[in-house]
Design a protein around this ligand. Sequence first.
Ligand code: NAD
Ligand code: LMR
Length: 441
Amino acid sequence: MKKFSIVIAGGGSTYTPGIVMMMMDNLHRFPIRSLKLYDNDGERQETLAKAIGIVMKEIAPEVDFSYTTDPKEAFTDVDFCMAHIRVGKYAMRELDEKIPMKYHVVGQETCGPGGIAYGMRSIGGMMELIDFMEKYSPDCWMLNYSNPASIVAEACRVLKPHSKVLNICDMPVGTKRRMGYIAGRDPKDMDVKYFGLNHFGWWTSVKDKDGTDLMPQLLDYVSKNGYLTEKAVETQHMDESWQQTHKKAADLLKLSPDFLPNTYLKYYLYPDYVVEHTDPCHTRANEVMEGREKEVFSAARAIIEAGTAKGSAFSIDNHASFIVDLACAIGFNTREQMLCIVENKGAISNFDPTAMVEVPCLVGNEGPEPLCQGNIPTFEKGMMEEQLAVERLVVEAWIEGSYLKLWQALTLSKTVPSASVAKQILDDLMEANKEYWPELK
Ligand code: NAD
Ligand code: LMR
């Protein structure tokens, strides 16, 4: 069996230890010869890397492990780059969330003005990673789950049309697992149809391997409980604010009663509710900094201090095993069906063929092949067209350095009430992002 060489870009990410542990747990199906961490913040990465180094020696000494801030060292001789960077880190996420809230507008990591601001930061960081990868390992595949995935994917389509980058999101994976709990099925044995943009889509069919239609049972359950389930052995999306989001799916279903919604639609369909239920002084960024970030870095420090992971190990992020599924699909041409963010090319028949959409794909050694989802109805299509225009305008604004296009993007976002509010938010975001955004004229 081939053994792969991996670089994780965003080595200092809170997700890195869980993903490394998950990969080590999956070595039997995805053998690894070398694992490198790369980050542009050496200090942040070092804390995690030192601890991971100790863990690796104990559980997988045969895998060559290293970490670096040097792109050449990181990207030379690699088969896969797993990318999860956050340009601007949590300090900027906090501002993305709090600035819109000053104007009573949704402040969220990937949706609305916050997502637009984050997109304007992510494009440059992602393009740089792709350049490094193509320079030092031209055959490498990048599996990207850095957010905001839809804007990053559109930027890849426009600026890197021939690059081997596959954009994927964990939200549909997590929700499908909840559907599995509800229907009493293994999510791996459920066939789905889905259409949308990233963080903006709907399941139109869920069947088990025998062809039994699970939609009636799922629709009935979600109409009462959203995606809240009693069983939830999750490692992701478990905080109280996420429980509220899973629950809100019941209200999303009212608008599209035949389809199961992506939870992120709450920011577009019920923005007033979201604003009312958000503390403008303590947003999700604060929750993550006080929770996940603190826990992961404390665990790392404990391992370093003890010189062993025994008694204080990192936990395995089983939730992230879709990343190994994806790497196996490409590495071993498994042609597994997975939801990916890809150029439409007719998969959604009555939607722009050049749009970056999220649909089921067959993934093999040449990448993802989108599967036909047919026509979509007017309501969902209208929402998607508006949101697609927002995402395109952001990418155009970044490329052209256009203030007008970014103002148009904010104005068009369903989360923003008027052009004047859009302008006020934009001016604040622009000031806060001086270090990260291209200059806008
Ligand atoms: P984090 O801030 O903990 O980690 C991000 C890391 O990226 C930091 O160490 C930072 O220094 C580094 N970085 C920033 N810009 C960089 C650049 N240009 N080059 C190299 N490194 C750079 O963030 P996090 O909360 O762990 O999230 C990381 C990313 O993963 C985000 O984009 C997030 O939205 C996404 N994400 C991933 C999953 C998943 O399942 N893995 C789930 C949700 C979100
Ligand atoms: C994250 O953990 O940062 C993302 O999964 C989204 C969120 O708010 O938890």
